[in-house]
Design a binder for this molecule. Structure first.
Ligand code: AMP
Ligand code: GLY
Length: 421
């Protein structure tokens, strides 16, 4: 079968690497891809926003499955266009992708279905939002309703900071994503990521991970898309995972189906493990980046078969198998990230031994590998423990020469500390 993968980041490199290993994969195309993905797939220039062009490519190249990596094409309805053209696609419809595309939509669904999450108010104007602050206490959690590239959440320590952030959001800081703002109760606990696959009816767990969102060691500095991750996250015990499935994921999938917008694809739940049990922070309609990289390193099963089963409503009876090992990935970013990253810095990848280096933001310039984005490389290794995986991953990082890059030196610290306590 020929497969088309859409996207260009480290998540998509990991997906390409795994899809290409499948005996069911005849030809793998990626649009637009990157130099790492080009080692696994034929990269083609196709705009995901041009639905007609994607459909024409699929029919010209006999594509039997389209895999959509990032959220923007999902929220833009590309899955709907492809399904209408008879092309199987891994990724939810536009209506279902609202679980990521609108925080207010998700909060209302949680309220209706009794799903544990932070208390909230939806507001549509600065006046309304300022008045609503009175119902909450510091720290204030403010979220632009729509997609804001992971930057739409502000945790304000004081009322004055909250008011200033609201003025920015309603003032157009995030464009139309900030036309509505959700104000939430602050939850305390440890965060974890949980993944589930669903074909709209059947829903199965698909692994856990922990991400490191802050740019600096010790979880300091501004938020990023993620500076590293590891899987599994043992803090999500089998008991807690069963609760997450029963109390959060299954009611979500059931409600979406009952509402006439069944969810197909991967559902990524960002969780807060509070004293009162797991609560939903947010949903994403796609794999996490860099969480996907560690999941793919551990996945033993054939990814093509799993994704096709999701796309075709045949997930019942599918049981993905993961290696009983820890995978850990370290993001090497370009200096300046998450602000304005330095572009064009040269990268030399030495002997990274057993580690896998996924490309996130690279380009080839006159045959030389250079940085071409904020997050540039995802250096990923496995081990019998988080401690071992961390050691192997940093050994590989140290074999890479990237003078205009940096990385955190403490990825996996929570789990490594627990293992060595
Ligand atoms: P989100 O984009 O919704 O995942 O939020 C980004 C980050 O903000 C999360 O990873 C949490 O660290 C934090 N956050 C979001 N909502 C809350 C909340 N209600 N209470 C505490 N922290 C939160
Ligand atoms: N690493 C977090 C995300 O992909 O949203």
């Amino acid at each position: 079968m020929n497969i088309l993968l859409l996207g260009s980041g480290g998540r998509e490199h990991a997906l390409a690497w795994k899809l290409a290993q499948s005996p069911a994969c005849t030809r793998l195309y990626a649009a637009p891809g990157n130099p790492g993905i080009a080692e696994e797939a034929e990269c083609v220039a196709l705009e995901a926003t041009n639905h007609a062009a994607v459909i024409a490519f699929c029919s010209a190249h006999d594509i039997g499955l389209v895999v959509i990596g990032p959220e923007a094409p999902l929220v833009d309805g590309l899955s709907d266009s492809l399904r209408a053209a008879g092309v199987p696609v891994f990724g939810p419809s536009q209506a279902a992708a609202q679980l990521e595309g609108s925080k207010g939509f998700t909060k209302d669904l949680c309220a209706r279905a009794g799903i544990p999450t932070a208390g909230y108010v939806r507001t549509a104007s600065l006046e309304e939002a300022r008045a609503a602050l009175a119902c909450f206490a510091a720290p204030y959690v403010l979220k632009a309703d729509g997609l804001a590239a992971g930057k739409g959440v502000v945790i304000a320590a004081t009322l004055a900071e909250a008011e200033a952030a609201l003025a920015d959001m309603f003032g157009g800081q995030f464009g139309s994503a900030g036309a509505e703002v959700v104000i939430e109760e602050f939850m305390e606990g440890e965060e974890a990521s949980f993944f589930a696959l669903t074909d709209g009816s059947t829903v199965i767990p698909f692994g856990s991970a922990q991400d490191h969102k802050r740019v600096g060691d010790g979880d300091t500095g501004p938020n990023t898309g993620g500076m590293g991750a590891y899987s599994p996250a043992p803090v999500l015990t089998p008991e807690l995972q069963a609760r997450v499935m029963a109390e959060i994921v299954e009611p979500t999938v059931r409600t979406m189906r009952e509402d006439g917008s069944p969810y197909q694809g991967v559902l990524f739940a960002g969780l807060m493990l509070t004293a009162k049990g797991p609560k939903l922070i947010e949903y994403n309609a796609r794999f996490g980046d860099p969480e996907c990289q560690v999941l793919m390193m551990r996945l033993e099963s054939d990814l093509v078969a799993i994704m096709l089963a999701c796309a075709q409503g045949e997930l019942a009876g599918v049981t993905p198998v993961f290696r009983d090992q820890t995978a850990l990935t370290i993001v090497m970013a370009a200096k300046g990230y998450p602000g304005t990253p330095e572009k064009g810095g040269t990268i030399m990848i030495g002997d990274t031994e057993a580690a896998k280096v996924f490309h996130a933001g690279t380009a080839l310039k006159d045959g030389v590998l250079v940085a071409n984005g904020g997050r540039v490389l995802n250096v990923t290794a496995t081990g019998a423990s988080a401690t071992e995986a961390q050691r192997a991953a940093y050994k590989a990082v140290d074999a890479i020469t990237f003078p205009t890059g940096f990385c955190r030196r403490d990825i996996g610290w929570r789990e490594v500390a627990r293992e060595n306590a």
